[in-house]
Design a protein around this ligand. Structure first.
Ligand SMILES: O=C(O)c1[nH]c(=O)[nH]c(=O)c1Cl
Length: 311
């Protein structure tokens, strides 16, 4: 059966990839991702310079998912650009996604200029939704700031660009965000980033479980699947069709992937479940997805993508 997905001029042999931030911070992890059976991979959101990030513990697995306040630890933009250039050189015709999360408009524009002027052939993901840098509100929750950075970016950036969005919870916000995004020739929109500033409590110790921000952190995993599916569906039904949707949130099985695809996702990312179990999750989930498609008599994803029925 056919598991192909397409974004911009690229075709991927299957819709699965990692979520930025998971299994992609350094060369060792990125090598495991590129050698896995995922359809593609994305690098950890980069800042212009290397960042240590927040004090540990800053990522904790909890029964129904994860909580994190990493604080954008990364090896710096040049590392991820060089890794990507080497990857495309060693794997002709293959490309990866490169994520950036500047701490300011200037940082983001600087990194976009470098990418534009480089030989990078892949897709760039502008992360508008990091919830864990103290004092930095998420751009994705500031509609004016979102419009401004996209206006500035598209004045010069000529390569495929996507945005990583936080979850929204109100139809007025879906409508307002979609109206902004539809103004720009985006390759894709990635929904969702972690559900920001949740709190997980260890009742034995009567304490929080992560050190930064008095224990407040982004929530991922099974907890967030209904919100992730809703955001994928909301933007799939509102954005013009050449802006694809990447679905991210709560994926642990082929069934979860099937749900994201029904909502309209073109690619589906795995974060918490990958962090917990490693890159063999891609083999497992591809097998499960294939079984579901066989049982339902689907030969390709296009036969059901986006076809979620209302009652
Ligand atoms: O704390 C982080 O590094 C982080 N953590 C997240 O859950 N989402 C993000 O986009 C980022 Cl940048």
């Amino acid at each position: 059966i056919e598991l192909k997905s397409k974004i911009a001029q690229f075709e991927f042999e299957n819709p699965l990839m990692n979520a930025s931030g998971v299994w992609c911070e350094n060369a060792e992890k990125l090598d495991e991702m590129k050698n896995s059976s995922s359809g593609s991979f994305v690098t950890k959101s980069a800042t212009p310079q290397l960042r240590e990030g927040n004090p540990s513990p800053r990522y904790v697995e909890v029964p129904l998912g994860s909580i994190n306040s990493m604080g954008l630890p990364n090896l710096g933009f040049d590392f991820y650009l060089n890794y990507s250039l080497k990857f495309q050189e060693e794997n002709p015709g293959k490309i990866n996604f490169l994520s950036i999360a500047g701490m300011s408009m200037e940082d983001n524009l600087e990194m976009l200029h470098k990418l534009n002027d480089s030989d990078f052939k892949g897709l760039t993901e502008l992360n508008l939704s990091c919830p864990n840098v103290p004092g930095k509100p998420q751009i994705g929750y500031d509609f004016e700031a979102t419009e401004k950075i996209l206006e500035k970016a598209f004045e010069f950036f000529k390569k495929p660009l996507g945005v990583k969005l936080p979850p929204y919870f109100d139809f007025a916000h879906f409508d307002e965000m979609a109206e902004i995004l539809n103004q720009f020739p985006l390759a894709y929109v990635n929904c969702i980033n972690s559900v920001g500033n949740g709190l997980y409590i260890d009742t034995e110790n009567e304490s929080v479980v992560i050190k930064p921000k008095d224990g407040f952190g982004g929530i991922g995993g099974a907890y967030v699947k209904p919100t992730a599916l809703a955001n994928v569906r909301a933007f799939y039904t509102r954005l013009n069709k050449n802006i694809k949707i990447i679905g991210c949130g709560g994926v642990e099985s082929g069934k979860d992937v099937f749900e994201h695809l029904l909502c309209g996702a073109e690619m589906v990312q795995i974060g918490t479940h990958l962090a917990r179990n490693g890159v063999q999750v891609f083999d497992k989930i591809l097998t499960e997805l294939s079984e579901i498609m066989n049982q339902k008599g689907y030969n390709s994803i296009d036969e059901f993508r986006g076809k979620l029925k209302s009652l």
